[in-house]
Structures are given as C-alpha cells and as structure tokens.
Write a protein that binds this ligand. Structure first.
Ligand SMILES: Nc1ncnc2c1ncn2[C@@H]1O[C@H](COP(=O)(O)OP(=O)(O)OP(=O)(O)O)[C@@H](O)[C@H]1O
Ligand SMILES: [Mg+2]
Length: 305
C-alpha cells in the first residue's frame, strides 16, 4: 500500500549543526503515529521538511506519493500541519481565517465544513471574534482548525496540546481520534507521553537528529523496559531467601521484585506469610512510555527496525 509519508535519507544542517542525519521513515496510511524526542531532537525540523516549508540538504520526502518539492501543490493538498509556533493574523475573525485558508486551497463554499470544525473544536462562541482577542489555548484550537479546512488525508500535529486545558485536550483528542477512525493518517508530536501512549500505535524516537527507536508502542514498551515489578515495604525489612532470585533492588526499606506474570504475586504473598513477614506497603509497577523514553535518552542505543 502507498505510504502516507515516505522519508528517505533526509539530512538537514544549520551551519555546522546536524539537525537531521539520515532519516528513513515510512508512515503507513491510517496510522496514528508518534514522533517523539527531547527539545531540539529535530521533530519540528522534520515536520517542516515534510510540509515542504524547509529544504533538506539531501534525501527526499513524499506525501501520499507526491514529492514535497517537485510536486508541492499535490503534496500540500494531501497534508494538514498544526504548527508548534502560534502564528496568526490579528485582523481577521476565526471564521474569516478559516474561509481564507480554504481559499488558499482553492475551495469555495466551505462554510458547512468550517462550521463543523468550529463546533467540534468548541470555538462556536468565538467564531466571530478577532484572532487577537483569543486566549493562547483558543488560538491553538484555531491552528488545528486551519490545518483541517481542506480535509487532508494526512494530518501532522506538532505539540497541539501545549498550553491547552484538560477539557479541550479531551475534546481535541476525541475529534482527532474520529478523524483517524475515518481513515486519516495522524502524526503526533508531544511531550505528554501518556497521551502518545494512549493514542498512537507506532512510535519513532528522535535524539540529536537521528532515529534511535522505531517500533509499535507495545513492542517498544515490552523490549525497552525490565517488565512489571512489585515494590514492597516489609516488616521486618528482610526478604525471604526463596524470593531472592526475583529481587531487582533493595534500597531505603523498599524491596523491588520482578514479576513475569501476575500469578507470581500469589507466590510472593504466600512466601512472605509463611515466613511471618508483614507487608506494610505494596505497589505494582507497570512500565510505560516514559520509562522507555528515559532509558533511551540515557543510552540512546539504536533500536530502529
Ligand atoms: N532555523 C534554524 N536555524 C538554526 N538552527 C535551527 C533552526 N531551526 C532549528 N534549529 C536547530 O535544530 C535543532 C532541532 O530543532 P527542532 O526545532 O527541530 O527541535 P524539536 O525536536 O522540534 O524540539 P522541541 O521539542 O523543543 O520543539 C535544534 O538544535 C535547533 O536549535
Ligand atoms: Mg519542535
């Protein structure tokens, strides 16, 4: 099947800084894809190149089969980008901005879809307000709306929830999830890792302009962490020898034991009881994307496949 986005051997330099090095990435049609990495990793640079707004020093990019440089108009029609930076024209109202944006794509009479986006992004009350009169979070909603006026099959959101309140985050995600279910490919950049973990099926991790991990969310979390564990505070603070082989650490009165399956908890509890060791505290630890992120950024091992 035609990839939604195809990035081949992309390099980008700013003077002596290598912002992107040999990026190869295929994002499949219909995916909900996370592009993650710390500040300065190169996410926005890559997005600008995919959007045809910035030129790579080498390599090529296609959106729905269209080269973003040589077939710019076609590529652009297939893509909607929500930029990280808040850029807006203060003199127009929200509805005007969206209708003008439709005009850029040659779409006339887009009122019905524009009104629908306005409603879905909870902007109805502000539809006739000037852009400069909106709060930061509201301006960000307009940026999301602007990226969607031409119903692009591929949508890239560069930190769409930065500075957005909890309620709107929920509204926004419901809308984006709906678009993804309707067949739109979605690429998301965010520093809220739990959002990426719940929403996205596949992840690329960037560090210093290189892809250091590329896998399904499930595989990545499974492969890059030590698995589930249980943390116990015991009285007396002494682990029975039968449990020693499960022990990961024993620090400051907290004993952490590895568990491969939940049935092992029963074994742990029975062993402690038979040795008259009392449990004062117990926490189940399940690895998440944040653990993966921290591990990867610490040692940056190449795991791409
Ligand atoms: N126009 C530019 N001129 C010079 N250097 C730039 C320019 N744009 C980006 N950079 C540099 O390229 C690197 C990648 O920046 P980029 O904005 O892509 O990071 P990012 O992953 O989006 O980070 P963040 O999470 O902070 O948004 C950084 O070191 C940045 O300083
Ligand atoms: Mg960025």
């Amino acid at each position: 099947m035609l990839p939604a986005i195809e990035v081949k051997q992309v390099c980008k330099r700013y003077g002596s800084l290598r912002a992107l090095t040999d990026i190869d990435l295929e994002i499949h049609t219909g995916e909900f894809f996370a592009l993650l990495g710390p500040n300065g990793a190169g996410k926005t640079t890559l997005i600008s190149i995919i959007a045809g707004l910035s030129l790579a020093n080498s390599g090529s990019v296609k959106v729905m089969g269209h080269n973003v440089i040589t077939q710019y108009p076609q590529a652009r029609l297939n893509l909607g980008v929500v930029p990280q930076e808040l850029v807006y024209d203060p003199f127009f109202t929200v509805r005007e901005v969206l209708l003008i944006q439709s005009g850029y794509y040659g779409i006339k009479g887009n009122t019905r879809w524009v009104d629908e986006i306005i409603e879905r992004l909870d902007l109805t009350d502000k539809a006739d307000a000037n852009m400069r009169a909106l709060s930061g979070g509201m301006k960000r909603r307009v940026l999301v709306a602007q990226a969607l006026v031409h119903k692009p099959p591929v949508i890239i959101l560069d930190e769409p929830t930065a500075g957005v309140d909890v309620e709107l985050r929920q509204t926004l995600w419901d809308f984006i999830k709906q678009l993804n279910q309707d067949g739109h490919t979605v690429v998301l950049t965010t520093h809220y890792l739990e959002e990426a973990e719940t929403l996205c099926n596949r992840v690329a991790m960037l560090k210093d302009g290189k892809i250091i991990a590329l896998d399904s969310m499930q595989n990545l979390i499974g492969k890059m962490t030590s698995g589930n564990s249980v943390r116990l505070r015991l009285s007396p603070d002494c682990l029975p020898s039968a449990l020693h082989e499960l022990q990961i650490s024993h620090d400051g009165g907290i004993c952490e034991l590895r568990i491969e399956n939940y049935a092992q908890i029963e074994f742990i509890l029975t062993t402690l009881r038979s040795e008259n060791v009392q449990i004062l505290e117990m926490h189940l630890q399940q690895p998440d994307l944040e653990d993966v992120f921290v591990n990867l950024m610490r040692n940056g091992r190449k795991q791409a496949k």
